[in-house]
Design a protein around this ligand. Structure first.
Ligand SMILES: Nc1ncnc2c1ncn2[C@@H]1O[C@H](COP(=O)(O)OP(=O)(O)OP(=O)(O)O)[C@@H](O)[C@H]1O
Ligand SMILES: [Mg+2]
Length: 532
């Protein structure tokens, strides 16, 4: 509820009211604590975190989004900050840690200004002015590329991997990821199609054995060993119906009075399954994909007719198969039409190490590809999968937007310099807030420097001094070689969209948190039940 922009608060018995300054401080401090948790993971020299779930399973990752998902956070403002990070993960696929570092720096600087008696409303206005200017500047200084510029696309993929465990194989995976994205590239929105790339984790000797496959792989074996190993020109029915002689679902209740009725009942059941079989045969269907069970007996019937089948598919496998073969899933077999069926040139059943897979190729939808991620340990595979998702998104985002900037802090140092200059032209109380915004931008290069164990003041001063003219805009730090130079030329590049998203969401969050002048917490408020 709000009145003239001022929130009206209704207090219930047992509620706790924390006023103005204290409320803000409490919120901002909770956010700073979250930022501290993930700050050390930023960049190539960032550290990983070991996440332990309630069952004791562990994942080792330095992916901001994954770490934030694992935190149990109660403070509402901190939850809002995590949501900002999740939003950048959804819209860009990378940059979560940076978004948290930047937003928390904006709020930390705001808190200091409030302590110097600058009213939050001036900070909000100053931040808004600075954000608009910074976004304008990114659009101005970002480098426009062609979506066929494979060198830059690959560089961006490798930059996204620099901070991940798969960095030693970045060249190999960047090539693989680029090929995969090119397969699904769409004139309008390639980013939205990244989901068509199915990552399948399989046992193997090393990650280096991973491969790109035109088609869909799912970890399922055929229902009956007598079914063919390879099928050609495959007409596929995707169904959601239990195919079981004993437990077939009946609509009506059946009453049995005489022993002969039992045989009659069994015959009737048998007849239903025979009818299903007839439907499949008449339509020339040679493969069944089912998300429910298929009994051994019915499996044997199918095998006898040379029809292959896989059963009990999970939701994500169902989705991937449906999309690839262009089928519609159906519940009522009697209404099955030609139109519902999917198609693949070949379906193959094969064993990789100890696991059985079904592999669909030459699908109706040629844009379906799988990355078969191979490796020995589950932890290695999981961490590689998380990183690869970031990489695929980054490539797709650049294909869609065709604008890139140099990483390793270059873009933030350049923006900070220009925003500081801009602040001088503004004057008034807002000027101080605009300068505070510029300093928050420097928090990203600062963290990269710190995480590399380098001297923060020395290197930051060096970076600032190196940005003399517009031609120096891409000078940043490379914390792999610990050198300062033109990061664009070194191939350290990222989507400009990542930076604009981070700028926008950071200041939106600051705006929200600064406007809160009270925390009202109902005595039984749960973390999801309370909305500011
Ligand atoms: N060689 C390099 N030297 C310095 N900085 C680099 C280098 N390669 C990448 N970076 C920087 O590392 C930062 C990205 O780090 P990281 O991937 O850990 O965080 P994120 O992308 O913000 O979040 P997340 O990947 O966890 O969602 C970017 O600022 C990027 O420019
Ligand atoms: Mg990243």
């Amino acid at each position: 509820m709000s009145y003239g922009g001022v929130p009206i608060i209704v207090l219930k018995e047992g509620t706790e009211d924390t006023r103005e300054k204290e409320a803000r401080e409490k919120n901002i401090n909770a956010m700073l604590a979250i930022a501290e948790t993930i700050r050390s993971t930023l960049g190539p020299k960032g550290m990983s975190k070991m996440l332990v779930d309630t069952l004791g399973d562990t994942t080792i990752t330095n992916d901001g989004a994954e770490i934030l998902k694992a935190l149990d956070i109660e403070n509402v403002a901190a939850i809002m900050m995590v949501n900002v990070a999740k939003a950048i993960d959804t819209d860009i696929g990378d940059g979560t840690t940076s978004a948290v570092i930047f937003s928390s720096a904006l709020l930390k600087n705001a808190l200091e200004l409030i302590e110097q008696s600058i009213h939050p409303k001036h900070i909000i206005t100053g931040y808004k002015i600075a954000t608009d200017k910074a976004i304008e500047l990114v659009n101005e200084i970002a480098t426009k590329i062609s979506k066929d510029d494979d060198k830059i696309l690959k560089d961006a993929a490798m930059t996204a991997m620099n901070s991940k465990d798969i960095a030693p194989l970045k060249d190999f995976f960047a090539g693989l990821a680029l090929k995969a994205v090119k397969k699904i590239a769409d004139e309008e929105n390639t980013f939205a199609k990244v989901g068509n790339i199915k990552i399948v984790k399989a046992a193997g000797k090393s990650l280096k054995d991973s491969e790109l496959i035109n088609g869909v792989y799912i970890q399922k074996e055929k229902v009956n060993p007598a079914m063919p190993d390879v099928l050609k020109n495959v007409k596929i029915a995707v169904i959601r119906k239990k195919l079981d002689v004993v437990k077939t679902e009946y609509d009506a209740q059946i009453q049995i009075f005489k022993p002969e009725d039992i045989q009659g009942f069994k015959n009737q059941e048998e007849k239903i399954l025979q009818d299903y079989l007839k439907i499949f045969k008449n339509m020339g269907i040679n493969m069944i994909v089912n998300n429910k069970d298929i009994s051994d007996k019915f499996g044997a019937y199918l095998a006898r007719e040379n029809i292959a089948a896989i059963k009990n598919l999970g939701d994500s496998d169902m989705k991937a198969v449906l999309k690839a073969i262009g089928a519609k899933q159906i519940d009522d077999l009697t209404s099955l039409t030609e139109d519902d069926l999917g198609y693949a040139e070949t379906v193959k059943f094969e064993k990789i190490e100890d696991d059985e897979y079904t592999f669909f190729t030459g699908c109706k939808n040629p844009k379906s590809v799988s990355i078969l991620l191979k490796g020995g340990l589950d932890k290695v595979l999981n961490s590689a999968e998380i990183s690869l998702n970031d990489v695929l998104s980054v490539i797709a985002k650049i294909i869609d937007t065709q604008m890139v900037v140099a990483g390793g802090g270059a873009i933030y140092i350049e923006l900070a310099k220009k925003i500081k200059d801009y602040a001088n032209k503004i004057g008034g109380k807002e000027q101080i807030a605009v300068t505070a915004y510029a300093l928050a931008l420097e928090e990203i290069p600062k963290t990269l420097i710190n995480n590399a164990g380098l001297d923060e003041i020395e290197r930051l001063t060096e970076l600032r001094a190196a940005h003399k003219t517009d031609a120096d805009k891409w000078i940043g730090i490379d914390t792999i070689t610990n050198t300062i130079g033109n990061n664009f030329e070194k191939g350290i590049v990222e989507p400009a969209a990542l930076v604009t998203h981070l700028l926008k969401s950071g200041s939106e969050l600051a705006n929200l948190v600064l406007r809160v002048d009270r925390i009202i917490k109902a005595s039984n408020a749960s973390k999801t039940g309370f909305q500011p």
